[in-house]
Design a protein around this ligand. Structure first.
Ligand code: ZN
Length: 161
């Protein structure tokens, strides 16, 4: 499904590329698995400041916390993902938002593999996170010139093999 944006400032082109890139990396560069994932997941990128805060009262993040406007966070459900990001331009935000987006994508790829019953799709991501089991993506983006940034991703790749 196409990624939907409720944002005004960030570059949709850059963020869509970033999301696909993270999924592709998690699947160890398997393009068909990445495409399959993108086809079946409904991903919405939302400005965390503009989102209806009344909604936040009734929803927790995937990690069970309250959603705070202005702090990037995410909610992942069954083939649907809400990514609340800082809707700002620039490298710093790509890096900060990217870390949260990657975290939610880790939950999502594990949900696809294991389903929700065991709870592993939540727990294993946090276990790897507390072990500081990370890998880094070198991400080039053009906006308006070529820039490079690094995105930290929790390494759950072994669990997907
Ligand atoms: Zn989490």
């Amino acid at each position: 499904m196409p990624i939907e944006y409720a944002t005004t400032k960030l570059s949709k082109r850059v963020y869509s590329r970033l999301i696909r890139r993270i999924v592709w990396e998690l699947y160890r560069y398997d393009t068909s698995k990445m495409r399959e994932f993108m086809k079946h997941w409904d991903i919405k990128v939302i400005d965390s400041l503009s989102a209806d805060t009344r909604f936040f009262e009734h929803v927790n993040t995937t990690d069970g916390q309250k959603i705070n406007p202005g702090i990037p966070s995410g909610v992942t459900g069954d083939h649907v993902m809400f990514l609340y990001v800082n809707d700002e331009k620039g490298e710093l935000y790509i890096r900060q938002n990217g870390k949260v987006i990657a975290h939610e994508l880790c939950h999502a790829v594990l949900l696809c593999k294991e389903g929700t019953k065991s709870g592993g799709w939540v727990k294993w991501v946090h276990d790897a996170d507390s072990r500081k089991d990370f890998f880094t993506i070198k991400f080039w983006y053009m906006w308006p010139l070529w820039f490079k940034t690094y995105i930290t991703v929790i390494d759950v790749r072994d669990l997907l093999d």
